[in-house]
Design a protein around this ligand. Structure first.
Ligand SMILES: [Zn+2]
Length: 305
């Protein structure tokens, strides 16, 4: 990477990105804080087309350490995301990756009423109905769709553990390992039921009336899949293209403290390269961009309480 394109979460952190990546200064940037009182309900429009997805576990091909997160690249084969705010356009899964903190109290990019979660998983899709390649879609305002899932510390997550077990093989920047044991990104979503490779459909809006929702300390703390928030935003890493329809699940998934610590052991530098031994000692932590103003954008929700 040339110095011209250099960015990170430390010396060349999010507040400096605008100097090298002009799009980062736009008015449609992500992440944002979700102020639940100001969210607009749009059940009728969003529920007219339920959000649907399909992720064959065989599509996950390789695990990569790009030096600022872990990322699973897929071949997109047989993957599918449509409905909800995406309407009839069909999106394909390109990759999924994660953001986390130095401690369990921070790490997510989006926040809910000012509260951060321990991490945030992103499934990045591109619009195959309108564009020919991921690169082409990434430049278009309706080119990408990202499913976001909050991570909270709790019990060990089985599917996430398949990734955690492979991470020591990509401990340093630019290392890549092939995925032999299938990983189903659908099992990383906070939705009950279904089997690997089967098509799933979530329409919390229509089923809502049938549910009795348990009351918890936090009002977004539920035991079932309970809908999503959606808004128009950007990639949260440079060049911060304003091409993303965000779909954030209201329900979080649980991962263990130990699993997060495995994430925190990833190195920012290639193997053999001297660690400059500045703050953080070269490990990947706090790889999240802080929330940006929502401005005049509308945050809609499907599934309410
Ligand atoms: Zn991300």
């Amino acid at each position: 990477m040339s110095s011209k394109d250099e960015w990170d979460y430390f010396r060349n952190g999010p507040s400096t990105w605008v100097t090298k990546f002009p799009m980062a200064a736009g008015s449609r940037q992500s992440p944002v804080n979700i102020e639940t009182k100001r969210v607009e309900s749009d059940h009728e429009a969003l529920s007219s087309k339920p959000l649907r997805w399909k992720y064959p576990a065989t599509a996950s091909r390789k695990l990569v350490n790009p030096g600022y997160c872990w990322r699973v690249d897929t071949d997109g084969e047989g993957t599918f995301l449509s409905g909800g705010p995406l309407m009839d356009d069909v999106y394909k899964l390109e990759q999924y990756h994660c953001h986390w903190g130095c401690s369990d109290s921070r790490g997510s990019e989006h926040t809910v009423d000012g509260q951060a979660f321990a991490g945030e998983l992103h499934l990045v899709h591109w619009n195959t109905s309108k564009y020919k390649t991921f690169a082409e879609a990434a430049k278009a305002s309706d080119g990408l769709a990202v499913l976001g899932v909050f991570l909270k510390v709790g019990k060990t997550h089985e599917e996430m553990d398949k990734i955690a077990r492979l991470l020591p093989y990509v401990s340093h920047k630019d290392e890549v390992v092939g995925i032999t044991e299938p990983i189903d990104p659908g099992k990383l979503l906070p939705v009950r039921g279904g089997r690997a490779g089967t098509q799933r459909c979530v329409n919390p809006c229509m089923r809502w009336a049938d549910r009795i929702i348990p009351r918890h300390e936090n009002k977004w703390d539920f035991q079932d899949d309970n809908g999503y928030w959606t808004y128009l935003g950007s990639l949260t890493t440079p060049p911060c293209n304003e091409s993303v329809t965000w779909i954030l699940f209201k329900k979080y998934i649980e991962v263990s403290h130990h699993q997060l610590n495995i994430f925190r052991n990833l190195r920012k530098f290639p193997r053999g390269e001297e660690c400059p031994c500045h703050e953080n000692h070269g490990v990947v932590i706090n790889n999240f961009r802080p929330p940006l103003p929502l401005g005049n954008r509308v945050l809609r929700e499907c599934g309410s309480f």
